[in-house]
Design a protein around this ligand. Structure first.
Ligand code: GDP
Ligand code: ADP
Length: 209
């Protein structure tokens, strides 16, 4: 059966848990391809170049945008972020699904991209804003100034929730992960129906008396 990989968009305000959820989803299904973004923000302790992000300079980033090498790109919290186009196209052609951890601007651009294919978008909400701040602080990787800045932007990110196919409140992490698995499983079944189950059903019927 000819099929194209799904484009799965995961967005949330900073600290709601999307990196944690993306990591869990990748551990559950190693056929998923994670879109490693390019960014001009400096690496956090423990972040590896090429694994968490492609850390780059503003000049290199702009060259890649000018060369049409980014599927989408945006400025978030004063830094540039973008999804390299080539790995996504390769995964799609191979029928592999790609997971994106991008903000609402990235979500809009991926939906509008000429890549076609089946897009599934999921927005992750925190149970409350005080809990969001607690999570940002407990991650222990950002300065107070950065945390205050991210909290200030959280309402703007949340205001885009209704643009997404699914909205999950990430209260219990195991439950949210289970919901994400269920979404992925159901959306794959839907994609497979679009991708040619019609031919299979025809064959099935022709085989009947
Ligand atoms: N548009 C876009 N946003 C991105 C990309 N990569 C990361 N982001 C978003 O940039 C924001 C900041 O990411 P990051 O600095 O890793 O902070 P974190 O979300 O708190 O872990 C998040 O909303 C990410 O979803 C990208 O390639 N494109
Ligand atoms: N459901 C949850 N309950 C409690 N803590 C969580 C939950 N989900 C994520 N966290 C924690 O919150 C912090 C921020 O999560 P992270 O995945 O880095 O968020 P994001 O990628 O959206 O910025 C991390 O320390 C993570 O372990």
């Amino acid at each position: 059966m000819e099929r194209t990989g799904l484009l799965i968009i995961l967005s949330s305000p900073s600290g709601a848990g999307k990196s944690t959820l993306a990591r869990r989803l990748m551990q559950w299904d190693d056929s998923l391809s994670f879109s490693v973004s390019a960014t001009t923000r400096p690496p956090r302790p423990g972040e590896l170049d090429g694994q968490h992000y492609h850390f780059t300079t503003p000049a290199e980033f702009r060259d890649q945008v000018a060369g049409d090498q980014m599927l989408e790109h945006a400025e978030v919290f004063g830094n540039l972020y973008g999804s390299p186009r080539a790995p996504v196209e390769i995964a799609m052609r191979a029928g592999r699904d790609t997971l994106f951890d991008v903000d609402w601007q990235g979500g809009q651009q991926i939906r509008a991209s000429a890549l076609g294919g089946h897009v599934v978008s999921i927005f992750v909400l925190p149970p409350s804003l005080p809990e969001l701040e607690r999570r940002l602080r407990s991650r222990g990787q950002d300065s107070d100034e950065v945390i205050v800045g991210r909290m200030a932007k959280s309402r703007a990110e949340i205001s885009h929730w209704a643009e997404y196919d699914y909205v999950l409140v990430n209260d219990d992490l195991d439950q949210t992960e289970a919901d994400l698995r269920a979404i992925l499983t159901a959306e794959r079944l839907r994609r497979d129906r679009c991708a040619g189950l019609g031919a299979f059903v025809k064959q099935l019927m022709e085989g009947q008396e």
